[in-house]
Design a protein around this ligand. Structure first.
Ligand SMILES: Cc1cc2nc3c(=O)[nH]c(=O)nc-3n(C[C@H](O)[C@H](O)[C@H](O)COP(=O)(O)OP(=O)(O)OC[C@H]3O[C@@H](n4cnc5c(N)ncnc54)[C@H](O)[C@@H]3O)c2cc1C
Length: 455
């Protein structure tokens, strides 16, 4: 078979899309960053897309979180953003603190920090022209005649995919204005599954692949930069600041403030605090039981943590963190918690190449890799190259799967070293620098290629 032709479906890639044949109709499942990356890039390349997102509201809730913007995230916005609004705040130095709050190591190292909400609103502006205060200083993108058509459908939960010859029928439950749900479906040539680490689509093809708790959680929150002490501002403003102790890692950095405001004085300081909560221990039960008494499996969203759980967390902070970091936990108004999990699927193409898994649906990385958003951006840029015939199928599979396998494995190793071992500081620094190697410069172990020819 021609390497540029997807399993007998001539529309999915290669020459046909460059010639007179119509471009495939694409359904995207999931409207967070991964799904929107897909929507924006495919639109720019002239593909018609329909995006189905299960959240009933037109806009997803602000996750109130910083994201370290990796190389592919920055590259994606360079290629496709038409708002002209900066997506990142730079950090110029990495600092390491001891428990007394003294700087014990520093390195000059530029890194870009963005936030979930700024990235989300810029992508929505680029996809379906959603206007918002996040565009201040930029503009709502113009419509180009070469753009593909876009449709964003909220309140649509995909439940099943049905293989119908050269097409896929996507079944979903559509929420109506009165809150009731009706069954609906749509036909697609290609389905892009961007439905996250608990992916429904992945579960259809790989029911045995499950998210596994890694034994620790991340406690997160933000504080306006003007509300912290001078001692905290000095180490967090435009810095990437770390602290390591047995069972603990804390990193804090500057992100854009309200509506994406990157002006000094208006930004937020964002903390990410990993702490061990072994499975079965009462502390984990306490942490993950929300203020309404419901035991949450993976996430306690902002505003939902129970008072006594938060008191427990803050006193842990005072006992074990440098004072600047304990101060952040004390001052944040909407902390949230996520259990760290591992998940990776065997392959990313299903139903004769008509279904493609991307982002966290393909591989949920540990956050130490700071690569999850970049993975979604990279998957999408690779997908577009394949659909446009710029790279062959083999190359698409190799580059996306090798990256998923290599980074997922690295995340487990450096996460376990950080949380479960007690190492000299140089080792943590080495791991951090290893995680920062650019994708294009990274060497992957041989096993990451195993079996890829058979996909
Ligand atoms: C608080 C927070 C902080 C983060 N920090 C970082 C960071 O520092 N660095 C980094 O690289 N990454 C970070 N990430 C991860 C990053 O945001 C994700 O990796 C990135 O958004 C890609 O995820 P995704 O779109 O593949 O999946 P998700 O973000 O999980 O989105 C999946 C979407 O699919 C929808 N969905 C699920 N099932 C269905 C269904 N059946 N039908 C329709 N819709 C469905 C969900 O409602 C959701 O909107 C963070 C994520 C969060 C939430």
């Amino acid at each position: 078979m021609d390497d540029n032709t997807a399993n007998g479906t001539p529309h999915t890639n290669g020459e046909p899309t460059k010639g007179n044949l119509r471009k495939p109709e694409i359904v995207i499942v999931g409207g967070s960053l991964g799904g929107l990356f897909a929507g924006v890039a495919l639109k720019c390349h002239g593909y018609n897309t329909t995006l189905l997102e299960r959240t009933p509201e037109n806009l997803l809730h602000n996750q109130g979180a910083g994201i370290v913007a990796g190389g592919d995230t920055i590259e994606f916005f360079k290629r496709y953003d038409r708002t002209g609004k900066p997506v990142a705040v730079p950090s110029y130095k990495r600092l390491y603190l001891n428990q007394q709050g003294d700087v014990i190591h520093e390195e000059v190292n530029r890194q870009n920090m963005t936030s979930w909400d700024l990235s989300y609103y810029l992508l929505r502006a680029n996809y379906d022209r959603v206007d918002s205060p996040y565009l201040e200083g930029g503009k709502l993108p113009e419509v180009r005649p070469t753009d593909g058509k876009v449709t964003y459908r909220s309140g649509c939960t995909v439940t099943d995919l049905e293989h119908q010859g050269s097409k896929v029928r996507v079944h979903y439950k559509r929420r109506q204005n009165d809150g009731s749900e009706v069954a609906d479906s749509i036909e697609a040539d290609i389905v892009v599954a961007a439905d996250g680490p608990s992916s429904t689509i992945r579960a259809m093809f790989e029911p045995d692949v499950k998210r596994k708790y890694a034994g620790y959680c991340v406690i997160r929150g933000t504080v306006p930069e003007l509300e912290v002490t001078k001692a905290a501002h000095e180490v967090f403003a435009e810095r990437f600041c770390f602290f390591h102790a047995p069972g603990i890692q804390n990193l804090t950095y500057t992100i854009a403030g309200e509506h994406g405001n990157t002006t000094p004085g208006h930004r937020l300081l964002n903390f990410v605090w990993y702490a061990n909560f072994p499975e079965g221990e009462p502390e984990l039960e306490k942490l993950m039981t929300d203020k309404d008494g419901r035991r949450r499996r993976i996430t306690i969203p902002p505003g939902m943590i129970a008072w006594d759980a938060w008191e427990m967390v803050k006193s842990m902070g005072h006992a074990r963190l440098p004072p600047q970091m304990a101060e952040m936990a004390e001052k944040t108004k909407a902390p949230f918690v996520q259990c760290i999990t591992d998940v990776i699927t065997r392959k990313n193409l299903y139903m004769d190449d008509k279904v493609v898994l991307i982002g966290d649906a393909l591989a949920g990385f540990r956050p130490h890799t700071v690569a999850s958003t970049s993975q979604a951006a990279f998957n999408v840029m690779s997908l577009v190259d394949w659909l446009d015939g710029e790279v062959g199928r083999k190359q698409f599979v190799k580059q996306t799967m090798q990256y998923a396998r290599g980074i997922q494995d690295m995340g487990v190793k450096i996460g376990d070293r950080s949380q479960l071992e007690t190492l000299p500081m140089e080792e943590y620094i080495k791991d951090r620098n290893f995680a920062s190697i650019k994708r294009e410069d990274r060497q992957y172990p041989e096993w990451t290629l195993d079996g890829l020819d058979d996909i």
